[in-house]
Ligand binder design. Structure first.
Ligand code: XMP
Length: 517
Protein backbone atom coordinates (compact mmCIF):
# COMPACT_ATOMS: atom_id res chain seq x y z
CA UNK A 1 0.00 0.00 0.00
CA UNK A 2 0.79 3.70 -0.07
CA UNK A 3 0.88 4.62 3.61
CA UNK A 4 -0.53 7.98 4.64
CA UNK A 5 0.97 8.98 7.97
CA UNK A 6 -1.64 10.96 9.89
CA UNK A 7 -0.26 13.96 11.76
CA UNK A 8 -3.58 14.70 13.32
CA UNK A 9 -5.52 17.09 11.13
CA UNK A 10 -8.49 16.06 9.03
CA UNK A 11 -6.38 15.81 5.92
CA UNK A 12 -5.13 12.22 6.08
CA UNK A 13 -8.44 10.69 4.97
CA UNK A 14 -8.68 13.12 2.11
CA UNK A 15 -5.15 12.25 0.98
CA UNK A 16 -5.92 8.52 1.17
CA UNK A 17 -9.06 9.06 -0.90
CA UNK A 18 -7.24 11.06 -3.55
CA UNK A 19 -4.57 8.36 -3.86
CA UNK A 20 -7.26 5.76 -4.34
CA UNK A 21 -9.01 7.98 -6.89
CA UNK A 22 -5.74 7.66 -8.80
CA UNK A 23 -6.31 3.86 -8.67
CA UNK A 24 -3.63 3.13 -6.10
CA UNK A 25 -4.44 1.43 -2.80
CA UNK A 26 -3.66 3.50 0.30
CA UNK A 27 -3.93 3.07 4.06
CA UNK A 28 -3.79 5.54 6.93
CA UNK A 29 -1.45 4.96 9.87
CA UNK A 30 -0.96 7.08 12.99
CA UNK A 31 2.17 9.24 13.33
CA UNK A 32 3.10 7.27 16.44
CA UNK A 33 4.28 4.43 14.18
CA UNK A 34 8.05 3.98 14.28
CA UNK A 35 10.06 3.65 11.11
CA UNK A 36 10.26 -0.10 11.74
CA UNK A 37 6.47 -0.34 12.04
CA UNK A 38 6.03 1.63 8.82
CA UNK A 39 8.48 -0.57 6.95
CA UNK A 40 6.82 -3.71 8.31
CA UNK A 41 3.77 -2.77 6.27
CA UNK A 42 5.85 -3.03 3.14
CA UNK A 43 4.87 0.37 1.75
CA UNK A 44 5.18 1.14 -1.95
CA UNK A 45 5.38 4.81 -1.02
CA UNK A 46 4.73 7.02 1.99
CA UNK A 47 2.89 10.32 2.27
CA UNK A 48 3.35 12.43 5.39
CA UNK A 49 0.17 14.43 6.01
CA UNK A 50 -0.45 17.90 7.33
CA UNK A 51 -1.08 18.49 11.01
CA UNK A 52 -1.78 21.23 13.50
CA UNK A 53 1.61 21.36 15.29
CA UNK A 54 4.70 23.46 14.82
CA UNK A 55 7.74 21.31 14.06
CA UNK A 56 9.77 22.91 16.84
CA UNK A 57 7.04 22.90 19.49
CA UNK A 58 7.61 20.69 22.50
CA UNK A 59 6.09 17.26 22.00
CA UNK A 60 5.46 17.87 18.30
CA UNK A 61 5.33 14.63 16.31
CA UNK A 62 8.53 14.09 14.38
CA UNK A 63 9.70 11.74 11.70
CA UNK A 64 12.82 9.63 12.02
CA UNK A 65 15.60 10.54 9.57
CA UNK A 66 16.11 6.78 9.03
CA UNK A 67 12.81 6.66 7.14
CA UNK A 68 14.45 8.62 4.32
CA UNK A 69 17.27 6.11 4.02
CA UNK A 70 14.98 3.13 3.44
CA UNK A 71 14.79 3.61 -0.33
CA UNK A 72 11.04 4.25 -0.21
CA UNK A 73 9.53 7.19 -2.11
CA UNK A 74 8.21 9.82 0.31
CA UNK A 75 6.03 12.87 -0.22
CA UNK A 76 5.70 15.36 2.64
CA UNK A 77 2.65 17.62 2.70
CA UNK A 78 2.42 20.81 4.82
CA UNK A 79 3.44 19.70 8.31
CA UNK A 80 4.85 16.49 6.82
CA UNK A 81 6.93 18.62 4.43
CA UNK A 82 8.31 20.68 7.31
CA UNK A 83 8.96 17.63 9.49
CA UNK A 84 10.85 16.10 6.57
CA UNK A 85 12.89 19.28 6.04
CA UNK A 86 13.74 19.44 9.75
CA UNK A 87 14.71 15.76 9.93
CA UNK A 88 17.06 16.11 6.96
CA UNK A 89 18.85 19.25 8.16
CA UNK A 90 16.87 22.01 6.43
CA UNK A 91 15.58 24.99 8.40
CA UNK A 92 12.00 25.62 9.39
CA UNK A 93 10.91 28.80 11.11
CA UNK A 94 8.12 31.30 11.43
CA UNK A 95 7.97 33.70 8.53
CA UNK A 96 5.72 36.19 10.19
CA UNK A 97 3.47 35.74 7.16
CA UNK A 98 0.86 33.13 7.72
CA UNK A 99 -0.93 31.80 4.68
CA UNK A 100 -4.43 30.39 4.94
CA UNK A 101 -6.68 29.48 2.07
CA UNK A 102 -6.12 30.21 -1.62
CA UNK A 103 -2.47 31.20 -2.16
CA UNK A 104 -0.46 31.83 -5.32
CA UNK A 105 2.67 29.75 -5.78
CA UNK A 106 5.41 30.35 -8.38
CA UNK A 107 7.53 27.61 -9.84
CA UNK A 108 11.24 28.46 -9.64
CA UNK A 109 14.42 26.75 -10.81
CA UNK A 110 14.97 24.32 -13.64
CA UNK A 111 13.44 21.13 -12.35
CA UNK A 112 9.68 20.67 -12.47
CA UNK A 113 9.74 17.21 -10.90
CA UNK A 114 6.39 16.57 -9.16
CA UNK A 115 5.14 19.89 -10.52
CA UNK A 116 5.45 18.65 -14.11
CA UNK A 117 2.53 19.67 -16.34
CA UNK A 118 1.29 22.32 -13.91
CA UNK A 119 1.22 26.12 -14.38
CA UNK A 120 4.24 28.27 -13.55
CA UNK A 121 1.94 30.40 -11.40
CA UNK A 122 -0.77 28.38 -9.72
CA UNK A 123 -3.42 28.60 -7.03
CA UNK A 124 -2.90 26.32 -4.06
CA UNK A 125 -4.64 25.77 -0.74
CA UNK A 126 -2.37 26.62 2.17
CA UNK A 127 -2.69 26.53 5.92
CA UNK A 128 0.59 27.31 7.66
CA UNK A 129 2.39 29.66 10.03
CA UNK A 130 5.88 28.13 9.86
CA UNK A 131 7.74 27.69 6.60
CA UNK A 132 10.80 25.92 5.24
CA UNK A 133 13.52 28.57 4.81
CA UNK A 134 16.30 26.38 3.52
CA UNK A 135 15.90 23.05 1.79
CA UNK A 136 18.10 20.20 3.08
CA UNK A 137 21.32 19.44 1.18
CA UNK A 138 20.71 17.53 -2.03
CA UNK A 139 17.24 19.00 -2.59
CA UNK A 140 16.12 21.29 -5.42
CA UNK A 141 13.74 24.08 -4.57
CA UNK A 142 10.78 23.80 -6.95
CA UNK A 143 8.48 26.63 -5.93
CA UNK A 144 7.94 29.59 -3.63
CA UNK A 145 5.10 31.75 -2.37
CA UNK A 146 4.93 35.06 -0.50
CA UNK A 147 4.97 33.32 2.86
CA UNK A 148 7.03 30.24 1.96
CA UNK A 149 10.54 30.77 0.54
CA UNK A 150 10.65 27.03 -0.10
CA UNK A 151 7.11 25.97 -1.06
CA UNK A 152 8.12 22.67 -2.68
CA UNK A 153 11.30 20.63 -2.98
CA UNK A 154 12.59 17.43 -4.52
CA UNK A 155 15.47 15.03 -4.28
CA UNK A 156 14.89 13.00 -7.42
CA UNK A 157 17.74 10.64 -6.76
CA UNK A 158 16.35 9.52 -3.40
CA UNK A 159 12.75 9.90 -4.53
CA UNK A 160 11.92 12.34 -1.74
CA UNK A 161 9.50 15.22 -2.32
CA UNK A 162 7.56 17.81 -0.41
CA UNK A 163 4.99 20.57 -0.87
CA UNK A 164 3.88 23.23 1.57
CA UNK A 165 0.33 23.35 0.19
CA UNK A 166 -2.46 20.78 0.33
CA UNK A 167 -2.69 18.97 -3.01
CA UNK A 168 -5.50 16.79 -1.62
CA UNK A 169 -7.82 19.81 -1.33
CA UNK A 170 -9.87 20.52 -4.44
CA UNK A 171 -9.08 24.25 -4.24
CA UNK A 172 -5.46 23.48 -5.16
CA UNK A 173 -5.66 23.89 -8.92
CA UNK A 174 -3.20 21.11 -9.79
CA UNK A 175 -3.52 19.13 -6.57
CA UNK A 176 -4.46 15.78 -8.07
CA UNK A 177 -1.81 16.24 -10.78
CA UNK A 178 0.90 16.75 -8.15
CA UNK A 179 -0.20 13.62 -6.29
CA UNK A 180 -0.25 11.64 -9.53
CA UNK A 181 3.18 12.96 -10.50
CA UNK A 182 4.45 11.64 -7.18
CA UNK A 183 2.72 8.27 -7.51
CA UNK A 184 3.46 7.54 -11.15
CA UNK A 185 6.56 9.53 -12.14
CA UNK A 186 8.27 9.61 -8.76
CA UNK A 187 7.33 6.32 -7.11
CA UNK A 188 6.58 4.56 -10.44
CA UNK A 189 3.50 2.80 -9.08
CA UNK A 190 0.90 0.96 -11.12
CA UNK A 191 -2.79 1.71 -11.35
CA UNK A 192 -4.39 -1.44 -10.06
CA UNK A 193 -7.04 -0.37 -7.56
CA UNK A 194 -10.35 -0.38 -9.44
CA UNK A 195 -13.95 -1.26 -8.64
CA UNK A 196 -13.42 -4.49 -10.50
CA UNK A 197 -10.27 -5.49 -8.62
CA UNK A 198 -11.91 -4.62 -5.28
CA UNK A 199 -14.90 -6.75 -6.18
CA UNK A 200 -12.81 -9.78 -7.13
CA UNK A 201 -10.67 -9.49 -4.04
CA UNK A 202 -13.62 -9.15 -1.66
CA UNK A 203 -15.52 -12.04 -3.21
CA UNK A 204 -12.48 -14.21 -2.66
CA UNK A 205 -12.06 -13.04 0.95
CA UNK A 206 -15.74 -13.61 1.73
CA UNK A 207 -15.62 -17.15 0.31
CA UNK A 208 -12.58 -17.92 2.41
CA UNK A 209 -14.13 -16.57 5.57
CA UNK A 210 -17.61 -18.03 5.22
CA UNK A 211 -16.97 -21.42 3.66
CA UNK A 212 -20.27 -23.25 3.38
CA UNK A 213 -21.92 -21.60 6.39
CA UNK A 214 -25.12 -19.54 6.33
CA UNK A 215 -25.04 -15.76 6.49
CA UNK A 216 -27.54 -13.12 7.59
CA UNK A 217 -27.58 -9.46 6.49
CA UNK A 218 -29.76 -6.57 7.59
CA UNK A 219 -30.75 -4.10 4.86
CA UNK A 220 -31.50 -0.51 5.83
CA UNK A 221 -32.35 0.91 2.44
CA UNK A 222 -28.96 2.64 2.36
CA UNK A 223 -25.99 2.19 0.06
CA UNK A 224 -23.65 0.44 2.48
CA UNK A 225 -25.86 -2.43 3.54
CA UNK A 226 -27.07 -2.96 -0.04
CA UNK A 227 -23.56 -3.16 -1.46
CA UNK A 228 -22.30 -5.35 1.41
CA UNK A 229 -25.21 -7.73 0.87
CA UNK A 230 -24.76 -7.77 -2.90
CA UNK A 231 -21.07 -8.61 -2.48
CA UNK A 232 -21.85 -11.49 -0.14
CA UNK A 233 -24.57 -12.68 -2.50
CA UNK A 234 -22.06 -12.63 -5.36
CA UNK A 235 -19.62 -14.61 -3.22
CA UNK A 236 -21.81 -17.27 -1.60
CA UNK A 237 -25.22 -16.98 -3.29
CA UNK A 238 -28.01 -18.78 -1.50
CA UNK A 239 -26.11 -19.09 1.76
CA UNK A 240 -27.20 -15.49 2.36
CA UNK A 241 -30.55 -14.37 3.74
CA UNK A 242 -31.26 -10.62 3.91
CA UNK A 243 -33.54 -9.07 6.50
CA UNK A 244 -35.38 -5.80 5.96
CA UNK A 245 -37.09 -4.31 8.99
CA UNK A 246 -39.47 -1.76 7.52
CA UNK A 247 -39.91 0.81 10.30
CA UNK A 248 -42.15 2.99 8.20
CA UNK A 249 -39.77 5.95 8.47
CA UNK A 250 -38.24 5.66 5.02
CA UNK A 251 -38.95 8.04 2.19
CA UNK A 252 -41.32 7.45 -0.71
CA UNK A 253 -40.27 4.50 -2.86
CA UNK A 254 -37.41 3.36 -0.64
CA UNK A 255 -39.05 0.25 0.80
CA UNK A 256 -39.93 -0.79 -2.75
CA UNK A 257 -36.33 -0.22 -3.78
CA UNK A 258 -35.27 -2.81 -1.24
CA UNK A 259 -38.11 -5.26 -1.74
CA UNK A 260 -38.24 -5.17 -5.53
CA UNK A 261 -35.18 -3.56 -7.13
CA UNK A 262 -32.53 -4.92 -4.79
CA UNK A 263 -33.93 -8.42 -5.03
CA UNK A 264 -34.33 -8.22 -8.80
CA UNK A 265 -30.77 -7.05 -9.36
CA UNK A 266 -29.05 -9.43 -6.95
CA UNK A 267 -31.32 -12.47 -6.70
CA UNK A 268 -30.88 -12.41 -2.93
CA UNK A 269 -33.32 -14.08 -0.54
CA UNK A 270 -35.18 -11.44 1.43
CA UNK A 271 -37.15 -11.64 4.67
CA UNK A 272 -39.34 -8.56 5.21
CA UNK A 273 -40.61 -7.60 8.66
CA UNK A 274 -43.40 -5.03 8.26
CA UNK A 275 -43.20 -3.18 11.54
CA UNK A 276 -44.69 0.20 10.66
CA UNK A 277 -47.45 -0.06 13.29
CA UNK A 278 -45.05 -1.12 15.99
CA UNK A 279 -42.84 1.94 15.52
CA UNK A 280 -45.76 4.34 15.31
CA UNK A 281 -47.27 3.13 18.55
CA UNK A 282 -43.91 3.11 20.35
CA UNK A 283 -43.38 6.72 19.23
CA UNK A 284 -46.83 7.95 20.15
CA UNK A 285 -46.76 11.20 22.13
CA UNK A 286 -42.96 11.55 21.88
CA UNK A 287 -41.44 14.72 20.51
CA UNK A 288 -38.02 14.92 22.17
CA UNK A 289 -35.43 14.07 19.47
CA UNK A 290 -33.09 12.02 21.63
CA UNK A 291 -35.99 10.01 23.04
CA UNK A 292 -37.21 9.37 19.51
CA UNK A 293 -33.76 8.13 18.53
CA UNK A 294 -33.61 5.81 21.54
CA UNK A 295 -37.05 4.37 20.91
CA UNK A 296 -36.37 3.82 17.22
CA UNK A 297 -33.01 2.20 18.01
CA UNK A 298 -34.51 -0.06 20.67
CA UNK A 299 -37.49 -1.17 18.59
CA UNK A 300 -35.22 -1.75 15.64
CA UNK A 301 -33.02 -4.14 17.56
CA UNK A 302 -36.03 -6.00 18.95
CA UNK A 303 -37.66 -6.30 15.55
CA UNK A 304 -34.41 -7.44 13.99
CA UNK A 305 -33.91 -10.08 16.69
CA UNK A 306 -37.42 -11.40 16.18
CA UNK A 307 -36.83 -11.69 12.47
CA UNK A 308 -33.52 -13.36 13.13
CA UNK A 309 -35.15 -15.94 15.45
CA UNK A 310 -37.78 -16.74 12.84
CA UNK A 311 -35.11 -17.26 10.18
CA UNK A 312 -32.92 -19.31 12.55
CA UNK A 313 -35.85 -21.52 13.46
CA UNK A 314 -36.56 -22.16 9.81
CA UNK A 315 -32.91 -22.97 9.11
CA UNK A 316 -32.78 -25.27 12.15
CA UNK A 317 -35.68 -27.27 10.73
CA UNK A 318 -33.38 -28.01 7.84
CA UNK A 319 -30.56 -28.84 10.21
CA UNK A 320 -28.56 -25.70 9.46
CA UNK A 321 -27.00 -23.01 11.56
CA UNK A 322 -26.53 -19.34 10.74
CA UNK A 323 -23.07 -18.41 11.75
CA UNK A 324 -22.26 -15.05 10.16
CA UNK A 325 -23.72 -11.57 10.11
CA UNK A 326 -22.82 -9.00 7.43
CA UNK A 327 -22.09 -5.44 8.49
CA UNK A 328 -21.53 -2.49 6.20
CA UNK A 329 -18.69 -0.99 8.24
CA UNK A 330 -16.61 1.45 6.17
CA UNK A 331 -12.94 2.40 6.36
CA UNK A 332 -13.56 5.80 8.02
CA UNK A 333 -15.32 3.93 10.88
CA UNK A 334 -12.29 1.82 11.68
CA UNK A 335 -9.22 3.78 10.61
CA UNK A 336 -6.64 4.28 13.34
CA UNK A 337 -6.46 8.04 13.28
CA UNK A 338 -3.45 10.04 14.40
CA UNK A 339 -5.14 12.86 16.22
CA UNK A 340 -7.20 10.75 18.61
CA UNK A 341 -10.59 11.89 17.50
CA UNK A 342 -11.74 12.72 14.04
CA UNK A 343 -14.05 11.64 11.31
CA UNK A 344 -13.40 8.09 12.45
CA UNK A 345 -15.77 8.47 15.35
CA UNK A 346 -18.68 10.20 13.77
CA UNK A 347 -20.68 7.24 12.66
CA UNK A 348 -20.60 5.08 15.76
CA UNK A 349 -22.44 7.53 17.97
CA UNK A 350 -24.91 8.18 15.21
CA UNK A 351 -25.54 4.59 14.44
CA UNK A 352 -29.10 4.29 15.59
CA UNK A 353 -30.52 1.22 13.95
CA UNK A 354 -27.26 -0.52 14.76
CA UNK A 355 -27.16 -4.02 16.03
CA UNK A 356 -27.15 -5.53 19.53
CA UNK A 357 -23.94 -5.70 21.54
CA UNK A 358 -24.16 -9.35 22.54
CA UNK A 359 -23.79 -10.76 19.07
CA UNK A 360 -23.85 -14.50 18.66
CA UNK A 361 -22.52 -14.07 15.16
CA UNK A 362 -19.15 -13.73 13.58
CA UNK A 363 -19.03 -10.57 11.48
CA UNK A 364 -18.45 -10.36 7.76
CA UNK A 365 -17.39 -6.81 6.87
CA UNK A 366 -16.66 -6.64 3.15
CA UNK A 367 -16.53 -2.81 3.05
CA UNK A 368 -14.10 -2.40 5.91
CA UNK A 369 -11.27 -1.22 3.66
CA UNK A 370 -13.40 1.10 1.53
CA UNK A 371 -14.37 4.74 1.36
CA UNK A 372 -17.93 5.66 0.42
CA UNK A 373 -17.07 6.54 -3.20
CA UNK A 374 -15.53 3.11 -3.60
CA UNK A 375 -18.61 1.45 -2.11
CA UNK A 376 -20.72 3.21 -4.73
CA UNK A 377 -18.34 2.18 -7.52
CA UNK A 378 -18.41 -1.46 -6.38
CA UNK A 379 -22.22 -1.31 -6.12
CA UNK A 380 -22.44 -0.09 -9.71
CA UNK A 381 -20.03 -2.84 -10.77
CA UNK A 382 -22.34 -5.36 -9.08
CA UNK A 383 -25.26 -4.07 -11.14
CA UNK A 384 -27.24 -2.44 -8.35
CA UNK A 385 -29.72 0.20 -9.58
CA UNK A 386 -28.52 3.81 -9.73
CA UNK A 387 -31.17 4.90 -7.20
CA UNK A 388 -29.63 2.64 -4.58
CA UNK A 389 -25.97 3.26 -5.45
CA UNK A 390 -26.41 7.02 -5.73
CA UNK A 391 -28.55 7.43 -2.65
CA UNK A 392 -27.56 10.39 -0.54
CA UNK A 393 -26.81 9.84 3.15
CA UNK A 394 -30.00 9.32 5.12
CA UNK A 395 -30.12 8.95 8.91
CA UNK A 396 -30.96 5.59 10.50
CA UNK A 397 -33.98 7.01 12.39
CA UNK A 398 -35.19 8.28 9.01
CA UNK A 399 -38.10 10.67 8.76
CA UNK A 400 -38.57 10.19 12.49
CA UNK A 401 -36.04 12.96 13.12
CA UNK A 402 -37.29 15.11 10.26
CA UNK A 403 -40.66 15.76 11.85
CA UNK A 404 -40.07 18.40 14.50
CA UNK A 405 -42.73 17.36 16.97
CA UNK A 406 -44.70 14.17 17.46
CA UNK A 407 -44.64 11.56 14.72
CA UNK A 408 -47.97 10.42 13.33
CA UNK A 409 -48.92 8.41 10.27
CA UNK A 410 -50.54 11.46 8.71
CA UNK A 411 -47.52 13.67 9.23
CA UNK A 412 -45.23 10.99 7.81
CA UNK A 413 -47.36 10.83 4.69
CA UNK A 414 -47.31 14.59 4.31
CA UNK A 415 -43.54 14.76 4.72
CA UNK A 416 -43.06 11.87 2.29
CA UNK A 417 -44.97 13.74 -0.39
CA UNK A 418 -43.04 16.97 0.14
CA UNK A 419 -39.70 15.14 0.20
CA UNK A 420 -40.51 13.21 -2.98
CA UNK A 421 -41.28 16.47 -4.81
CA UNK A 422 -38.09 18.15 -3.61
CA UNK A 423 -35.97 15.16 -4.58
CA UNK A 424 -37.58 14.74 -7.97
CA UNK A 425 -37.03 18.40 -8.84
CA UNK A 426 -33.43 18.34 -7.66
CA UNK A 427 -32.79 15.33 -9.87
CA UNK A 428 -34.64 16.87 -12.82
CA UNK A 429 -32.41 19.95 -12.48
CA UNK A 430 -29.37 17.68 -12.72
CA UNK A 431 -28.05 18.86 -9.36
CA UNK A 432 -27.88 15.60 -7.40
CA UNK A 433 -24.11 15.66 -7.46
CA UNK A 434 -23.86 19.27 -6.29
CA UNK A 435 -25.73 18.46 -3.12
CA UNK A 436 -24.39 16.19 -0.38
CA UNK A 437 -27.86 15.67 1.04
CA UNK A 438 -31.08 17.62 1.26
CA UNK A 439 -33.11 16.99 4.39
CA UNK A 440 -36.72 18.05 3.97
CA UNK A 441 -38.14 18.82 7.40
CA UNK A 442 -41.71 19.17 8.60
CA UNK A 443 -42.21 21.69 11.38
CA UNK A 444 -45.15 19.84 12.83
CA UNK A 445 -45.27 21.97 15.97
CA UNK A 446 -45.46 25.20 14.01
CA UNK A 447 -48.53 26.48 12.22
CA UNK A 448 -48.53 29.52 10.06
CA UNK A 449 -51.26 31.49 8.37
CA UNK A 450 -51.68 31.38 4.63
CA UNK A 451 -54.22 32.22 2.02
CA UNK A 452 -55.60 29.99 -0.66
CA UNK A 453 -58.43 30.96 -2.98
CA UNK A 454 -60.90 32.84 -0.81
CA UNK A 455 -59.98 31.27 2.48
CA UNK A 456 -57.27 31.52 5.03
CA UNK A 457 -55.25 28.39 5.73
CA UNK A 458 -53.47 27.36 8.85
CA UNK A 459 -50.80 24.89 7.86
CA UNK A 460 -47.31 23.65 8.57
CA UNK A 461 -44.04 24.93 7.12
CA UNK A 462 -41.64 22.66 5.27
CA UNK A 463 -37.91 23.40 5.53
CA UNK A 464 -35.50 22.63 2.71
CA UNK A 465 -31.97 21.99 3.96
CA UNK A 466 -29.72 21.34 0.94
CA UNK A 467 -26.05 21.20 1.95
CA UNK A 468 -22.73 20.64 0.26
CA UNK A 469 -20.10 18.72 2.18
CA UNK A 470 -17.17 16.31 1.84
CA UNK A 471 -17.80 14.20 4.93
CA UNK A 472 -20.76 15.62 6.92
CA UNK A 473 -18.36 16.97 9.56
CA UNK A 474 -18.62 20.45 8.12
CA UNK A 475 -21.10 21.67 5.53
CA UNK A 476 -22.29 24.75 3.75
CA UNK A 477 -25.80 25.47 2.48
CA UNK A 478 -26.11 24.81 -1.23
CA UNK A 479 -26.75 27.82 -3.43
CA UNK A 480 -29.56 26.19 -5.42
CA UNK A 481 -30.90 28.23 -8.35
CA UNK A 482 -33.89 30.44 -7.45
CA UNK A 483 -35.95 28.94 -10.27
CA UNK A 484 -35.50 25.48 -8.85
CA UNK A 485 -36.41 26.66 -5.34
CA UNK A 486 -39.48 28.40 -6.75
CA UNK A 487 -40.58 25.26 -8.52
CA UNK A 488 -40.15 23.08 -5.44
CA UNK A 489 -42.00 25.61 -3.30
CA UNK A 490 -44.85 25.95 -5.79
CA UNK A 491 -45.30 22.26 -6.17
CA UNK A 492 -45.16 21.48 -2.46
CA UNK A 493 -47.64 24.18 -1.44
CA UNK A 494 -49.99 23.22 -4.29
CA UNK A 495 -49.76 19.47 -4.08
CA UNK A 496 -49.27 18.69 -0.41
CA UNK A 497 -52.37 19.22 1.65
CA UNK A 498 -51.56 20.81 4.99
CA UNK A 499 -48.38 22.60 3.92
CA UNK A 500 -48.75 26.30 3.11
CA UNK A 501 -45.17 27.55 3.37
CA UNK A 502 -41.71 26.43 2.24
CA UNK A 503 -38.58 27.91 3.81
CA UNK A 504 -34.90 27.54 2.99
CA UNK A 505 -32.26 26.88 5.65
CA UNK A 506 -29.19 29.07 4.96
CA UNK A 507 -27.02 28.00 7.91
CA UNK A 508 -23.57 26.46 7.56
CA UNK A 509 -22.30 23.64 9.81
CA UNK A 510 -20.99 24.64 12.26
CA UNK A 511 -22.93 26.19 13.85
CA UNK A 512 -26.04 24.45 12.47
CA UNK A 513 -26.11 20.66 12.17
CA UNK A 514 -27.28 19.13 8.92
CA UNK A 515 -30.40 17.60 10.45
CA UNK A 516 -32.86 19.70 12.42
CA UNK A 517 -33.16 17.21 15.28
P1 XMP B 1 -25.71 16.30 11.75
O1 XMP B 1 -27.17 16.58 11.82
O2 XMP B 1 -25.14 15.86 13.06
O3 XMP B 1 -25.56 15.08 10.75
O4 XMP B 1 -24.94 17.44 11.14
C1 XMP B 1 -24.35 14.58 10.25
C2 XMP B 1 -24.68 13.38 9.37
O5 XMP B 1 -25.20 12.32 10.18
C3 XMP B 1 -26.52 12.00 9.79
N1 XMP B 1 -27.28 11.75 11.03
C4 XMP B 1 -27.59 10.54 11.49
N2 XMP B 1 -27.34 9.31 10.98
N3 XMP B 1 -28.45 8.33 12.83
C5 XMP B 1 -27.80 8.21 11.65
O6 XMP B 1 -27.59 7.07 11.18
C6 XMP B 1 -28.74 9.54 13.41
O7 XMP B 1 -29.33 9.61 14.46
C7 XMP B 1 -28.28 10.69 12.69
N4 XMP B 1 -28.36 12.04 12.94
C8 XMP B 1 -27.74 12.66 11.89
C9 XMP B 1 -27.02 13.19 9.00
O8 XMP B 1 -28.04 12.81 8.06
C10 XMP B 1 -25.75 13.67 8.34
O9 XMP B 1 -25.45 12.91 7.18
Amino acid sequence: PVLVVDYGAQYAQLIARRVREANVYSEIVPHTYTTAQLLAKNPAAIILSGGPSSVYAEGAPSVGADLFEAGIPVLGICYGFQAMAAALGGTVAETGQREYGATQVQIIGESRSILAATDADQTTWMSHGDAVHEAPAGFDVLAMSAGAPVAAFANEEKCLFGVQWHPEVKHSAFGQKVLENFLFNGAKLEKNWTANSILDEQVELIRNQVGSAKVLCGLSGGVDSAVAAALVQRAVGDQLTCVFVNHGLLRQGEAEQVELDFVASTGAKLYVANEQERFLSALEGVSDPETKRKIIGREFIRAFEEAERAIMAEAALEGEEIKFLVQGTLYPDVVESGGGEGAANIKSHHNVGGLPEDLRFELVEPLRALFKDEVRAVGAELGLPAEIVGRQPFPGPGLGIRIVGEITGERLELLRQADAIARAELTAAGLDNEVWQMPVVLLADVRSVGVMGDGRTYGHPIVLRPVSSEDAMTADWSRLPYDLLAKISNRITNEVDGVNRVVLDVTSKPPGTIEWE
